[in-house]
Design a protein around this ligand. Structure first.
Ligand SMILES: [Zn+2]
Length: 301
């Protein structure tokens, strides 16, 4: 039965909801800006998105999944959320309208990894590392075809591995987290350090790198090195040979993945004795989180 599910991805700037069938086809889509106020406002926005998608008779009663950024525990509570501070402590169960089936809630990168495994670059791969590069870094490990959420749901927080104890301050309250380097935030800073403008956020750096600006290309070179460093550490710990790069920067993969792959050979213990590490660029685009939340919805249905 090709029963649709509703998947909602809550990002820093937008809430994106989709109706997705079992083949990964998007039957409907709705987006709203992420509110900056209280958890109640965020719940109201999610409710609004679900209401639009669920209004169609064919989608009535569809299972619902929600992806949230941060530490989402096994009960779906957002315990810690450095990038969505206003939603800190959000427990959707206490606000969830009774007219909808209960939502299943997971970490947004864990949701996106599910979508990549089912319909994107991870299709046919039973074991891979998923690293989503955007403003920060999201992560997930897929083992035997299954995303490993961890016993409490907190696995895959690779972005907050400390790579420089005296380094950049992170929104999580720590210092020198990997996501302050191998991310859009890192790109802007590297570009400024190299004498460039650092303006316009990640998209600004990308546009200038495409125009062959030296400082911007240098910023991508630095990003590649930091990316390779973190991936080398993760491979040393987890023994994977496939890496799927997702997030907003995946579309610009040609600007840094070849360099990261080359650096990895120097950084990974016994690289020449291992099977080659294969890099893949995500296939589900900006909808990965919402599509994966739809898969999560079905896991509980
Ligand atoms: Zn951090």
């Amino acid at each position: 039965m090709n029963r649709p599910a509703i998947g909602v991805d809550v990002g820093g700037t937008k809430v994106l909801g989709v109706v997705v069938d079992t083949e990964g086809r998007v039957l409907a889509e709705k987006r709203r800006p992420t509110p900056t106020g209280s958890p109640e406002e965020l719940c109201a926005t999610i409710d609004e998105v679900v209401a639009v998608l669920g209004a169609d008779d064919r989608n009535r009663g569809a299972p619902i999944g929600v992806g949230l950024p941060g530490l989402v525990d096994s009960n779906g509570v957002l315990c810690f959320s450095p990038h969505l501070a206003t939603a800190q402590g959000l427990d959707l169960r206490t606000h969830w309208p009774s007219r909808w089936p209960p939502a299943r809630v997971v970490n947004d990168a864990a949701a996106a990894a599910r979508a990549e495994r089912a319909w994107g670059a991870g299709r046919g791969l039973d074991d891979f590392l998923f690293v989503a590069l955007g403003t920060g870094i999201g992560g997930a490990l897929v083992r035997d075809g299954v995303v490993q959420d961890g016993p409490r749901g907190f696995a895959g927080e690779y972005g907050h591995m400390v790579v420089d104890p005296d380094g950049e301050v992170c929104p999580c309250g720590g210092r020198g987290c990997w996501e302050r380097y191998a991310s859009a935030a890192g790109l802007e800073r590297f570009e400024r350090v190299a004498g460039g403008s650092g303006e316009g956020g990640g998209p600004g750096v990308v546009a200038r790198a495409r125009a062959l600006d030296e400082a911007s290309l240098g910023a991508f070179g630095a990003l590649a090195t930091w990316l390779a460093l973190g991936v080398a550490n993760l491979i040393a710990a987890l023994d994977v040979s496939d890496v799927v790069i997702g997030g907003g920067l995946a579309r610009e993969g040609d600007l840094f993945v070849p360099a990261a792959a080359a650096r990895l050979a120097d950084l990974l213990e016994g690289a020449s004795a291992r099977p080659p590490i294969r890099w893949h660029l995500a296939g589900c685009g900006e909808r990965a989180g919402a599509l994966g939340a739809g898969l999560v919805a079905r896991e509980g249905a």
